[in-house]
Design a protein around this ligand. Structure first.
Ligand SMILES: Cc1cc2nc3c(=O)[nH]c(=O)nc-3n(C[C@H](O)[C@H](O)[C@H](O)COP(=O)(O)O)c2cc1C
Length: 547
């Protein structure tokens, strides 16, 4: 029997272990670990027994496994739907959903999923405008480029806001189909210009968790609170060089977009992703509303990583070197009194147990799910990297320069993608998606936008520093290419992927069944929960297992 555990066992509430301790068999090893592990098992057992709907009010239940948000489009609705159906928490990525939706429609919406979700969208005239503008019956011709969209700005045009609302609705709506478990969405604080319209669209679809990384999203809880009753929200964005008195505030009023009153919306739980004790404390003390828990991400995680603290040091192959100051004090985290999930190298049963033993509500896992059948990563990229992992040849390079954000970015090494110097050298610099552009104050006090990966002369003409352009890659186009929506340039060349993955890439073969070369999200979950049926929690699992 394979235990997939209940949905949502893992709250941080105090749990009683006294009865359960009696049924724990003798344990080898270090006494502290033994005690912690027993407590963790006790807690899992206790929380499995709670297994109520996580939105039904206190006691609050939480997932043990969060499938991390993976942008762009890697954690798509199919992956999140599979994970949530299996009783854990699936997160769709909320990054760049506007071009993703537009491109899916230009590809002809082959399985009809988008049409289905648009039919459920509460504002039909808006849905129809999107459909009419982007849908191409049968899909566009292969060598025809996708339409170029307006880029997000502090004051984005209505047309773009509508696309963001609808795209976020669609992704969450589809991820929620076919089951009644919660689904969440992941955003990057760094892409502030997307927040207001995107979050509103996700909430219209009933998203139950908003998980946000890449920054310090202190003002997001207030936005979530406002949208419950469709009230106008605002958000101050960071504008490089801004001065006192400059208008840096973005506004969004749902009532300017509503065609009817769909009634109050559910306030999602909010989990910021942080990488230090200081940021964890800051989020809890200074946020402008409720923070429901924290995801603590370490530097082995896929995607962008926090840079090392202090003076930058690099290894012989040019990766950032982290030190003692970058480690996280879990005991201090526990003292904060909110549930937390550990992320970055936690994609194994051993690491899940360790996290629980340390008092975490569970783990957030990305890389293991990235290579599951349901993820949005192109099947050929997936297969080639799984083959490399099986052969012991998979490599990830933590590139300190690739991302225009300036944050280290993990890049899986794969020939024919942008990990390959020749592929990058062959690509003219073009910035036409612009998600990672930095808003800056122009000489006349207005707002300009620049990206260190755009053409060098353009970037420098906008006041950017020449040295900041060195080694930069176009992450936006690379990420869309990763999921099969690569732009075609002049009908000739196309964009190539830049695949990010965590250090756990080298171990993904562990999820393969004997004789198989691919695996599903359910395989990952089953593997992570290995040992559940041999442990003190096995009898509790019986209620929620399937054979
Ligand atoms: C392909 C990929 C894309 C990612 N994109 C994002 C993202 O858009 N936002 C985010 O907060 N984290 C992102 N992450 C981090 C994951 O959400 C998760 O925290 C991390 O993968 C956990 O570590 P692991 O990769 O060792 O399992 C990404 C990770 C991967 C592998």
């Amino acid at each position: 029997m394979m235990c997939l555990t209940s949905h949502y066992v893992g709250a941080y509430e105090m749990y009683s272990c006294s009865v359960l301790r009696r049924c724990v068999p003798s344990w080898n090893g270090n006494q502290d670990y033994k005690t912690n592990t027993i407590e963790a098992f006790c807690r899992v057992k206790y929380l499995i027994s709670m297994s109520a709907s996580p939105t039904s009010g206190p006691p609050t239940n939480y997932p043990v496994i969060i499938q991390g948000g993976m942008g762009a489009g890697v954690s798509n609705w199919r992956l999140a739907q599979s994970v949530s159906s299996a009783g854990q928490l699936g997160l769709v990525s909320g990054t760049a959903l506007d071009p993703i939706l537009a491109r899916r429609l230009q590809d002809g919406d082959p399985d009809g999923a988008i049409r289905r979700s648009l039919d459920a969208f509460p504002y039909p005239a808006m849905a129809e405008r999107i459909w009419q503008k982007y849908y191409i019956a049968g899909g566009k011709a292969e060598r025809t480029p996708y339409l170029t969209l307006p880029l997000l700005e502090k004051d984005s045009p209505r047309e773009l806001n509508e696309l963001c609302i609808v795209a976020n609705f669609v992704e969450v709506y589809l991820a929620r189909e076919g089951h009644s478990n919660p689904v969440g969405i992941n955003y990057l604080e760094k892409i502030q210009t997307a927040h207001l319209s995107c979050i509103y669209g996700a909430m219209l679809a009933g998203v139950e968790y908003v998980v946000m990384g890449a920054g310090i999203p202190l003002k997001i809880p207030g936005v979530l609170d406002r949208y419950v009753h469709h009230e106008a929200a605002e958000y101050a964005i960071h504008i490089h060089g801004s001065q006192d008195g400059d208008d840096v505030t973005m506004h969004f009023d749902p009532r300017e977009y509503m065609e009817c009153d769909p009634g109050p919306l559910t306030r999602p739980k909010f989990l910021p992703i942080v990488s230090s004790n200081t940021l964890a404390t800051t989020m809890l003390k200074k946020a402008n509303g409720r923070v429901d828990g924290l995801v603590i991400e370490t530097r082995t995680a896929g995607g962008h990583n926090a840079p090392p603290r202090g003076k930058p040091l690099f290894s012989a192959i040019g990766e950032p070197v982290y030190g003692e100051r970058d480690s996280i004090d879990i005991a201090k985290l526990r003292e904060l009194g909110v549930p937390f999930w550990l992320a970055g190298g936690y994609g194994s049963p051993e690491m899940l147990r360790e996290a629980l033993a340390q008092g975490a509500a569970g783990v957030q896992v990305g890389t293991a799910f990235e290579f599951a059948n349901e993820s949005g990563l192109r099947p050929d990229y997936k297969q080639r990297l799984i083959a490399k992992a099986m052969a012991g040849e998979a490599r990830v390079f933590t590139d300190p320069l690739a991302s225009p954000t300036g944050f280290p970015f993990k890049v899986a090494q794969l020939e024919g993608t942008c990990s390959d110097a020749d592929v990058v050298a062959d690509r003219p610099r073009i910035c036409d998606l612009g998600f990672l552009r930095e808003p800056y104050r122009t000489a006349d006090g207005g707002i300009g936008y620049r990206c260190a990966s755009e053409p060098v002369t353009v970037y420098v003409s906008k006041g950017g520093k020449l040295e900041d352009t060195v080694g930069r890659k176009c992450i936006c186009n690379g990420l869309l290419a990763n999921i099969g929506y690569q732009q075609v340039r002049n009908g000739k060349r196309e964009e190539y992927g830049i695949i990010t993955a965590g250090d756990d890439l080298v171990t993904i073969a562990r999820f393969l069944q004997p004789g198989h070369t691919e695996y599903s999200a359910a395989d990952v979950i089953a593997h992570l929960l290995t040992g559940c049926d041999e442990s003190p929690i096995s009898d509790a699992c019986d209620d929620v297992c399937f054979a």
